[in-house]
Ligand binder design. Structure first.
Ligand SMILES: CC(=O)N[C@H](C=O)[C@@H](O)[C@H](O)[C@H](O)COP(=O)(O)O
Length: 228
């Protein structure tokens, strides 16, 4: 793992990163809407953005200088794999991403995490390794990641399942000396505060801020009408 952190990552310390992504086929899946949500997040105080795909990265890069964590999701039939190829990472960097997020799970990569170093070499950008377990994080550290994210805990067979964010994984990774960004299922300010208490370097919040369908559904779910 790179010591000290690259400046663009160091600038995220203690901050909120907002992930602005939308599923295909939803009304929000429109590059202009993504850009509007991203600008709104910045007006609210977000320190950085996390964006899926070169089109969204390029569009948002045109309106802001804040750090952008770029990723490119590819569905493998079971789940989305995050930036599984060097070429996808290069396209994100060319579009303006400052940091590249990469799926760094044993489920996807087995024991060969060499892709992380290849992406660093090809893009000249630091890699945020999206992990699901402590073992994933240790391998990512040893293979060129600058920082890890708890992003994929709950989405691989090896990781803990739950509705709540995996705060325990933050503590495990930080305990191993690995700088860690908390990400995945953060819904409330209290959960974000708990992530920082556990030692998180920064916290990423996605759907709780940028997915109006999921936000609406959580309110509808407690209405009497929803139980009929
Ligand atoms: C598992 C996976 O593919 N996660 C993706 C990674 O970029 C996104 O779909 C999530 O929205 C993001 O991680 C933020 O998480 P949340 O939306 O729960 O705050």
């Amino acid at each position: 793992m790179t010591h000290p952190l690259p400046a663009v990552l160091a600038s995220l310390a203690g901050g909120l990163v907002v992930s602005v992504q939308a599923n295909d086929g939803t009304p929000v899946r429109d590059v202009a809407v993504i850009a509007a949500l991203a600008e709104s997040a910045l007006l609210g105080g977000a320190r950085a953005l996390r964006l899926n795909g070169p089109e969204d990265v390029r569009r948002v890069r045109a309106v802001t200088d804040v750090p952008i964590i770029g990723l490119h999701k590819v569905h493998n039939g079971t789940r989305n794999i995050i930036t599984p190829e060097v070429g996808l990472a290069v396209s994100l960097a060319e579009a303006g991403a400052d940091i590249i997020a990469v799926d760094a799970t044993a489920e996807h990569l087995g024991t060969d995490f060499g892709l992380l170093g290849e992406i660093v070499a090809a893009t000249g950008r630091p890699v945020m390794a999206d992990v699901s377990t402590l073992d994933d994080g240790l391998r990512a550290r040893d293979n060129g990641a600058s920082i890890v994210g708890t992003t994929l805990s709950g989405y691989t067979p090896e990781s803990r399942r739950g509705e709540e964010p995996d705060v325990q994984l933050i503590a495990e990774l930080v305990g191993a000396g690995i700088p860690t960004i908390a990400e995945g299922r953060y819904r409330t300010p209290e959960q974000v505060a708990a992530a920082f208490d556990a030692g998180a370097f920064a916290v990423v919040v996605g759907g709780a801020i940028t997915d109006p369908i999921a936000i609406t559904r959580r309110f509808v779910d407690v209405t009497p009408g929803a139980r009929e």
